[in-house]
Ligand binder design. Structure first.
Ligand SMILES: Cc1ncc(C[n+]2csc(CCOP(=O)(O)OP(=O)(O)O)c2C)c(N)n1
Length: 256
């Protein structure tokens, strides 16, 4: 199965968007080999931004949405044909600044799609402005004196909205990212994965994350909402990755 296209990769050399692409291609290949996915049933959708170029490099069905509208577009695709496996790639600007309400309502309704957030904590394609996920003090063209806001906590918000699968991974850990992507795509219901994706040009956090990322213990109580909320709120030197929460509930398309 050839998942590459003829398009020339135009991300900055070394950009972790490319490792997300590799992890996703591996996830698709393995899911197809395991008989859990038919390639003709897969739709890879993306929003606008550097992350959105991923659809150019994927020989699957693809959909490029307007800025901030990938989750609502993916919802429409899923509701239109429930046999499809729909994956929505988004950026922190794309879903937490521009298209926030669409994301919240899809989680609340438990739409059966997977949302993969490339969290580089900045609007990268437009040269590094602050988003609502940028840390306090973040300096960029829109905040030359430093962002005065505290960042939102994306996983806490998704847990509060009722997402039935909530996970985090690190883009430069290709095997770990692939594993989480497969689990998300196998999940029946709304799966949200924050992928920490350092922007090597406008906000290079690789030094910080290379030592701080730490997998959750295997016995982490995944069905305990309070435990998940406490874990994603923890402030420490370490950044926990793994599946924080997973439960089963009727999906939006089932209830329709
Ligand atoms: C409605 C609308 N507003 C603004 C823009 C300009 N714009 C294009 S890409 C982009 C930044 C995207 O940032 P993010 O979603 O975080 O993705 P990244 O580039 O970091 O992957 C913006 C603001 C647009 N295309 N459409």
């Amino acid at each position: 199965m050839e998942l590459a296209t003829k398009s020339k990769i135009s991300w900055c050399p070394g950009c972790p968007n490319a490792t997300i692409l590799v992890a996703y291609r591996k996830a698709i290949t393995e899911l197809c080999a395991e008989g859990k996915l038919k390639i003709e049933n897969l739709v890879s959708a993306a929003g606008i931004g550097c992350h959105g170029k991923i659809t150019d490099y994927l020989n699957t069905n693809t959909f490029e949405a307007l800025h901030g509208r990938v989750v609502s577009s993916a919802t429409g695709i899923k509701v239109g044909n429930r046999d499809l496996e729909v994956v929505a790639f988004t950026g922190d600007g794309d879903s937490f600044s521009e298209g926030f309400s669409h994301l919240l309502h899809a989680a609340e309704r438990n739409v059966g799609i997977s949302v993969f957030l490339h969290n580089n904590e900045t609007f990268a394609l437009t040269t590094g402005q602050a988003t609502f996920l940028s840390p306090k003090g973040f300096k960029g063209p829109s905040t030359p004196g430093g962002d005065t806001d505290e960042p939102m906590n994306p996983l806490l918000i998704l847990l509060a909205m009722g997402a039935t699968f909530v996970a985090r991974t690190y883009a430069l850990d290709i095997e770990g990212t692939k594993r989480i992507m497969k689990d998300a795509m196998n999940h029946k219901g709304f799966a949200f994965v924050e992928i920490i994706q350092p922007c090597i040009t406008f906000f290079d956090t690789r030094e910080h994350f290379k030592d701080s990322v730490e997998w959750l213990p295997v016995d982490f109580p995944r069905q305990d909402l309070t435990a998940a909320m406490n874990k994603v709120r923890e402030v420490s030197e370490k950044t926990p990755v793994g599946i924080f929460y997973q439960i089963q509930k009727p999906t939006f398309e089932e209830r329709m």
